[in-house]
Design a protein around this ligand. Structure first.
Ligand SMILES: Cc1ncc(COP(=O)(O)O)c(C=O)c1O
Length: 410
């Protein structure tokens, strides 16, 4: 059978939605400068779906930095993979600055978070080793697992007993060449709960393992100084490999892993997605350096983000919504319902109330539930929050009645 013909018969779990809801539920186009309000289908909407946590994407100082960086270097430089011809003083300086920001001795810059972490997992473990990861891990960790040659096992989400079972299994089956890598997230991006990092590192006394934490949503948002969930929980020193991306709080592209120098040396020579790919353009690197400096100098951006998050979720709870107990800025609203209700809610909020929210239904969340994920940013104002709460209030009776119907039919 022709491969392309076959693809028509298997659209994949998201294929149905991407064709039917294209441009609206999937691949929507938010236009205009990134901010708390943007244009959607020619109409202004308050946006709760953009991971610009610190509200810096359209900060005038940062826009100036971007312009200067582009003028100074252009987007071509440096050409080539870093290992060959794509290295620069700026790339190395950014690595030192990231390491300092993370209270780690060194860091390795990655072109993209997704490919970077996937490839790091692949590089770190071999066929003698054990790779143990949380069942709700981001797709990049799951894909890293697919590449890895190690013995792989999963533990139930944030279930320390389940993790310990896997660690005990690894210990029983290990020989003198075996090592163990545990992978978890700092902040779980859909639900906002934190990885149980304290409990996980406490197991290090009993089991011999290294811990890799994907803190995509925690980098810049968590911890007194923004250095992430490890700092927030007081165990940053116990994280052996700390991963952060620029795609959220830094509002850019690129990522890094911070760890011991000897591990960075190893990664530089073995992370295939970096060795065999062009390095980050210099304007991106210059901009990342400046953004990191500004994030360090402006803790009030993080305070504002948290104020907004707490106001928003209190307001939603006061109206009667079930806001999951997030410990990060991510604000997840769980309600009963079907895929149809999920799309209805998004449409009503957008069309009738000028509020842009993203939602997911089965199979991303259990059948019969709908999860609306709101991402507050430091640039949202009280007016944006009020408009949003009014919108949620206005659709509440409809949402709850339709949710109850779905439950009754189940
Ligand atoms: C938990 C997590 N890890 C990794 C990534 C991938 O990072 P990037 O967008 O830099 O490729 C994301 C999404 O951006 C994420 O949410």
């Amino acid at each position: 059978m022709d491969l392309f013909d076959k693809l028509e018969g298997r659209p994949g779990p998201l294929g149905e939605f991407t064709s039917e809801g294209y441009g609206y539920y999937t691949y929507p186009k938010l236009e205009g400068p990134i901010g708390p309000t943007m244009q959607f289908n020619g109409k202004e909407v308050v946006v709760w779906s953009v991971n610009d946590y610190l509200g810096i994407a359209n900060n005038p100082e940062i826009r100036d930095v971007d312009v200067k960086a582009a003028r100074d270097h252009g987007f071509s430089a440096p050409m080539g993979a870093r290992l060959m011809t794509g290295n620069s003083d700026a790339h190395e300086a950014l690595e030192d600055e990231l390491a300092a920001f993370e209270h780690k001795p060194s860091a390795f810059l990655l072109n993209y978070g997704y490919q970077g972490i996937m490839s790091i997992i692949h590089a770190l473990v071999d066929r003698n080793d054990f790779l143990i990861y949380d069942e709700l891990s981001h797709a990049c960790i799951v894909d890293g697992k697919q590449l890895a040659m190690a013995d792989k096992s999963v533990f139930k989400h944030n279930d320390i007993e389940s993790l310990e079972k896997q660690l005990a299994r690894a210990k029983r089956n290990a020989d003198e060449n075996s090592s163990t890598l545990v992978v978890t997230e700092g902040v779980y991006g859909m639900t906002g709960d934190l990885g149980k990092l304290r409990e996980i590192v406490a197991l290090k006394d009993k089991y011999d393992f290294r811990l890799l934490v994907d803190d995509a949503h925690g980098f810049g948002t968590m911890g007194e100084d923004g250095s992430g969930t490890g700092t927030h929980l007081g165990i940053q020193d116990e994280i052996d490999l700390y991963f952060g991306t620029f795609a959220k709080a830094v509002a850019l592209i690129g990522a890094f892993v911070a760890t011991e120098p000897r591990v960075v040396e190893f990664l530089k020579a073995n992370v295939r997605s970096q060795i065999f790919a062009k390095s980050l353009p210099q304007p991106i690197v210059d901009s990342a350096r400046e953004r990191l400096k500004l994030i360090d100098e402006h803790p009030e951006w993080r305070d504002q983000l948290w104020d907004n998050a707490l106001k928003l979720r209190k307001g939603l709870r006061d109206i009667g919504y079930n806001v999951l107990p997030s410990e990060s800025p991510v604000t997840p609203v769980l309600t009963q319902g079907s895929t149809e209700l999920c799309t209805d809610i998004m449409r009503k909020l957008r069309e009738e109330h000028g509020v842009f929210v993203s939602g997911v239904a089965y199979p991303v969340v259990p059948k019969g539930t709908v999860l609306l994920r709101l991402i507050p940013t430091a640039s949202h104002t009280d007016e944006h929050i009020e408009q949003t709460l009014n919108a949620f209030s206005a659709i509440k009776d409809y949402v709850f009645a339709r949710g109850a119907e779905v439950e009754a039919q189940a």
